[in-house]
Structures are given as structure tokens and as C-alpha cells.
Design a protein around this ligand. Sequence first.
Ligand SMILES: Cc1ncc(C[n+]2csc(CCOP(=O)(O)OP(=O)(O)O)c2C)c(N)n1
Ligand SMILES: [Mg+2]
Length: 325
Amino acid sequence: MDESTLSSLYSDMWLIRAFEQGLESEFEKGNVPGMLHTGLGQEATQAALAANLEATDAYFPDHRCHGINALAQQRHRGDGRRIMAELFGRSTGVCSGKGGSLHSADPRAGNYGDNAIEGSYMATVLGVALAAKMRGEPKVACAIIGDGTVGRGEFHESLNMSAIWELPTLYACVNNGYAIFTPVGKGHASANIIDLARGYGFPCEQVDGNDIEAAHAAVLRACDHIRGGKGPYFLEFMTWRWQGLFTGEFRPPDEVRYWREEHDAILMAGARLKEMGWTDDDLEKVEGEARDIIESWIEFAKESPPPDPAKATADVYAGFEVSPS
Ligand SMILES: Cc1ncc(C[n+]2csc(CCOP(=O)(O)OP(=O)(O)O)c2C)c(N)n1
Ligand SMILES: [Mg+2]
């Protein structure tokens, strides 16, 4: 990977980490309503997807995709602050503060919306993909799912339907080793989800989800394949989330040390940039810039008003407003 691409992805990964850490700290202070599942530790997978998905594509994020949502909003709509404001439940958010972490959507940025029912969009993604195919649009319809979500029947129904109809679907499975507290090998017939996907007969790849160069190259290959009209593609990103589903650590210390100190996406990308001649100061500058940006996004969110109660039923149904009685 050339230095300019790696540098840009390194900045993206820092933006995600600063976003999630800033959010986590505000959540602990009680400033963020609802539940919070962060994507900390999964920055390379998220940056790789965000860099390759266009505003005209459609992606369905999961509960840890704030980073992708923020990058997509910044890149395609010019204002990542609106994802932060959404998570704070403020009227300047992408869904006027009424969606929050699990229901933020903005199709104009390619974000077709999360859903608290894990994997339900494994069905919806087929509709978007079929529509694109029928209209002859070179759209990638991407479902981002965790390893745990593979246990739902829709996973298999979706892959099967994509295969037989040769739909432009990208399945991005983020295998972070656990679903809540259940190790992936205890919840599925194989700890490698790719083994389950291969039977559907379209290209499948397993990639180190913390190696930004490998992850980016894999997403690019998948998108080229899909945009070229060659049908679906499955990617399994091997990664690890810093957070348990909730706060508190349940995993063995050696595992925690490996992922946080030896195989961290940002540390590995930083080491690669140093091989290209970067100094520690250069790396720290990127981190500092990301933290400054996120501080300003948090300020924006905090200063924004909450949604107007009179608008509670606005935007619920397309095309008309229901008056509150
Ligand atoms: C259909 C459904 N079942 C259960 C839940 C409760 N739940 C929320 S997150 C989660 C674990 C998901 O694990 P995984 O897909 O591996 O994602 P991770 O949290 O590891 O990123 C579960 C079971 C849910 N939201 N939806
Ligand atoms: Mg998981």
C-alpha cells in the first residue's frame, strides 16, 4: 500500500478510536442515553469498509459501527458531527436525535440503518441488492454482521438467495471471537465463519481484520467483483473488541494483552508508517488532530437542543406526518 493511502487510513482509524473513547467517557458521565457498544479494537475493519463504500452504495451497520457511520457521514455529507449528535439524542443528529446508537440511518451517506434485532437486515439487504440488479445500478449492498449473528436463520437464507439470484451483496462478518460471552467456536459448528459461508459457492475470504492493508485490499477486491456484476462476496474479518458486551473483562489476560498490545490495528499501522520514514511525532500529530476533531464534535452535540416533543411522530412514516393527539 502506498504511503498516502496508509496515512489516510491511519487518520481514519484514529478518528474512530477518538470518537469511541470520547463517547465512552461521555457515556460514563451520563451524557449519552441508552446503551453503548463500542467498536474499539475493530478500527481497521471499519476504516477499510468505510473507505470503499460510496454514498450510492448501501450498507447496513451493526451495533458497533459508529466509526463507519461517522466516516461515511463526514466523507459523503461533509459533517460527521451529526453522528455524534445522534448518539447524544440531539436534534442536529442524522435522525433528529430519535434513533440513537442502534437506529441511526442516513441513506444519502449509504447508511441504510441499524436495527436492535441482530441480523434482521440480512433479509432487507436482499431487497436493496435485487432492486440495484433490476435497475442495472453498480451498487454494493453490504450487510455488516457479528459472528454471533451468524446463528440466525436469516444468515443462511440471505447467502442462499444472494447466490441463486447472483445479487450484488457484500457480507462483512466481523468475527471478534465472542457473542456476548460465548466464544465463537462454542456457538457455531466452526470457529471460522468462512467454513459456514463457503457452501453457498461464491467467493469467500478470511482476512486479518486488524491489518489495515490486508483488510483494505480485501474490501477493494470484493467491491470490484460485485460492481463488475459477478455476484455476491463474503468477507470474514478476524478481530477483537476491547469491550465486553458490557463493561468488565471476562477474557484471559494473555488474550487481552495480545490483542491490545501486540496485534492492535493502530499500533501495527503506525509501525508500518515508521518503516516508511515517519517519526513518533508524526504519528502523535495524527492522534492529536483526531482527538481535537472529536472534542469539537462532542461540544457540538452537547450544545445542540434535544428533539422537539411536538415532532415525536414526524419521520415515522415516509411522506406524511402523524399529529400527536
Ligand atoms: C435477534 C437478537 N437476539 C439477541 C440479541 C441480543 N444481543 C445483542 S448483541 C448480541 C451479541 C451479538 O454478538 P455478535 O454478533 O458476535 O456481535 P458483537 O457484539 O460481538 O460485536 C446479542 C445476542 C439481539 N439484539 N437480537
Ligand atoms: Mg462477536
